[in-house]
Design a protein around this ligand. Structure first.
Ligand code: ZN
Ligand code: ZN
Ligand code: ZN
Length: 263
């Protein structure tokens, strides 16, 4: 009961701004965030099913390994061609989805509610992609192990993504670098650095850029190409938002934008 009250207080009608939060604030928001709780619940159920179904350790271990290897590449493909594709906002019935899954995050990278994916989109995607991979390797034990791995990996990705937008400097050099790389994707060019935790696909497909100097600044880094002209032709995203698309960082983020540029 007490827990439910805290959960309710944390998430009813509250908006979180990562620019004004500390690391302990973030942990509190993250651990009580409904989508994260749901992923954890499904991961426990699916992982438990895998353990009870497995006949050999390989049925579980190999799917876990496969998902860890495949995940960064699937994320890369989705981020580059679906989230940054220009086709979802051009159709009325997918415009709202595109706005929710990525446009809103680039318009205001500090808003926690739109930084996190919606479980209605993320859970089916994970199930459809990783379930069959696991099933092919280890039957039902493999399928459930793979799904559980995708859920856990998503929790890790979401946390690192929060850290990348949280107004603080990580102690670890590795995390500092991840943060810098991702901020270039937000403040310099949306065509580079598609990764969150792993930039290996960016290296392989030549979209990794370590500093702002090595790549021209993109004029569409905040609106993803959905500018006022596009909004006249394809009005649905603008209609849902209620305001024209922004092509500058929201106020308060100028400093962060300058810091990303200075690298
Ligand atoms: Zn981001
Ligand atoms: Zn930020
Ligand atoms: Zn993006």
């Amino acid at each position: 009961m007490a827990e439910k009250l805290v959960w309710g207080r944390a998430w009813h009608g509250r908006s979180y701004d990562l620019g004004r939060m500390t690391l302990p604030d973030l942990w509190r928001a993250y651990l009580t965030y409904p989508a994260i709780n749901l992923y954890a619940l499904f991961a426990v159920l699916s992982g438990g099913a895998a353990l009870s179904l497995a006949k050999r350790w390989q049925d579980i271990a190999l799917p876990i390994l496969a998902v860890c290897l495949v995940y960064p590449f699937v994320w890369y493909g989705l981020h580059r061609y679906v989230l940054h594709g220009r086709w979802l906002y051009r159709m009325k019935w997918t415009a709202g989805l595109w706005k929710r899954i990525h446009f809103d995050h680039h318009q205001d990278p500090h808003l926690l509610e739109v930084l996190f994916g919606s479980p209605l989109n993320t859970i089916p995607t994970m199930l459809i992609i990783t379930g069959p991979i696991g099933y092919a390797i280890g039957g039902w034990a493999g399928g459930t192990a793979a799904f559980a791995t995708a859920l856990v990996t998503t929790c890790v990705y979401e946390f690192f993504h929060c850290i990348q937008h949280l107004n603080y400097k990580p102690k670890s050099q590795f995390i500092q670098k991840l943060k810098r790389d991702h901020l270039l994707h937000h403040f310099h060019s949306e065509k580079i650095n598609m990764g969150i935790v792993s930039f290996t696909p960016d290296y392989i497909f030549h979209s990794y850029v370590p500093t702002a100097k090595e790549c021209p600044k993109s004029p569409t880094v905040f609106n993803l190409g959905y500018d006022v002209e596009e909004a006249k032709r394809y009005p649905w995203v603008m209609e849902i938002t209620g305001t024209p698309p922004r092509d500058k960082p929201p106020s308060g983020l100028e400093r962060e934008a300058a810091a990303a540029e200075a690298v």
